[in-house]
Design a protein around this ligand. Structure first.
Ligand code: ASP
Length: 306
């Protein structure tokens, strides 16, 4: 199988600019962790995106609480934060925590205290726009997105995730994004996967681990995404429950990517040694069959979401 030395995949169109900025980290410096940090902080810092970092919609008490995670597929170490308040870059804190073998998943006040003590920038994460939306519509916003990214350099794979979670969630609510095996998983010997969608639904299937496990059993990366997601949705349907929107991205150990969604359309971003310019692709779901193609100018001009 063709071995791609450098590759990166990310959820949603909102990852495009960040991935473009991460190009030198990946292709020149061969540094997947730096690439993930550059790309994910770019989304975290952009107030235009209302489900990640600064400008994210707050919880039901009007406070932005973020979740983030990072996993190194070589060491299998991970770091994560949940319900983190007032810290500019949750992914940076998760990355630092991934250097530890215990106390690496921190929540709430303890996570904030760690971040402050270790010199991470403090910031009021609620933008004026998000505050207005909270005051006017707090019951009506159903959307939610998370930035999930997987990167491969010549040494292996890593993945990172960052989100402000469901808009107006219960204070203290934690989604799948910082939960290992659910929102993310990475093993350089096999591959990596990460999920976006209703976190409670993702967690019930430990979806990211499930995708990686299907790869471990010999399935190709695209088929692993489709099978893991379909099996999980079918199982939930047997209980009479219809899961909300769920999408997964994945990369195998050779740098090949896969995607699956239960939405009609799910945009994602990719770049690799052959395509140095990060570009938006669309996974279209036609009755459970995934069709993937590059987004054209018309599609990009019509897309209303992140
Ligand atoms: N998974 C996120 C959460 O439940 C939301 C999303 O990805 O859309 O917090």
């Amino acid at each position: 199988m063709e071995h791609i030395k450098h590759a990166m995949i990310a959820t949603w169109k909102m990852s495009l600019e960040g991935m473009q900025k991460a190009s030198d980290d990946l292709f020149v410096n061969d540094d997947r962790k730096a690439a993930l940090l550059t790309a994910i902080t770019d989304v975290e810092n952009n107030p235009v995106y209302h489900y990640v970092g600064y400008g994210g919609f707050p919880n039901g008490h009007g406070i932005v609480e973020t979740d983030a995670s990072y996993m190194d597929g070589n060491t299998m170490q991970f770091g994560a934060v949940a319900g983190l308040r007032d810290i500019a870059s949750p992914i940076a804190v998760a990355m630092e925590l991934s250097g530890k073998t215990k106390d690496c998943f921190l929540c709430g006040e303890g996570a904030k205290q760690y971040a402050v003590e270790h010199g991470f920038e403090s910031k009021e994460m609620l933008s004026d726009y998000a505050r207005q939306q909270y005051e006017q519509h707090r019951k009506n916003i159903m959307e939610h997105d998370t930035v999930c990214m997987i990167a491969k350099d010549s040494e292996g794979l890593s993945c990172g995730v960052s989100t402000s979670g469901l808009p107006f969630k219960h204070p203290g609510r934690v989604g799948d994004s910082p939960v290992i095996g659910s929102g993310f998983y990475c093993d350089s010997i096999v591959g990596s996967a990460a999920a976006t969608g209703n976190g409670e639904d993702v967690m019930r299937g430990c979806l990211s681990l499930s995708v990686v496990t299907h790869m471990k059993m010999g399935m190709g990366v695209q088929q692993a995404c489709e099978t893991a997601l379909a099996q999980h949705l079918e199982r939930l349907a047997t209980t009479g429950y219809q899961a909300g929107d769920i999408s997964v991205i994945a990369m195998d150990r050779y740098g090949h990517c896969g995607v699956a969604t239960d939405m009609k359309q799910f945009p994602f971003v990719m770049m690799d040694d052959e395509h140095h310019n990060a570009a938006v692709y669309v996974c279209t779901n036609e009755d459970g069959t995934m069709h993937i193609q590059k987004a054209d100018d018309y599609w990009l001009s019509q897309w209303q979401g992140d």
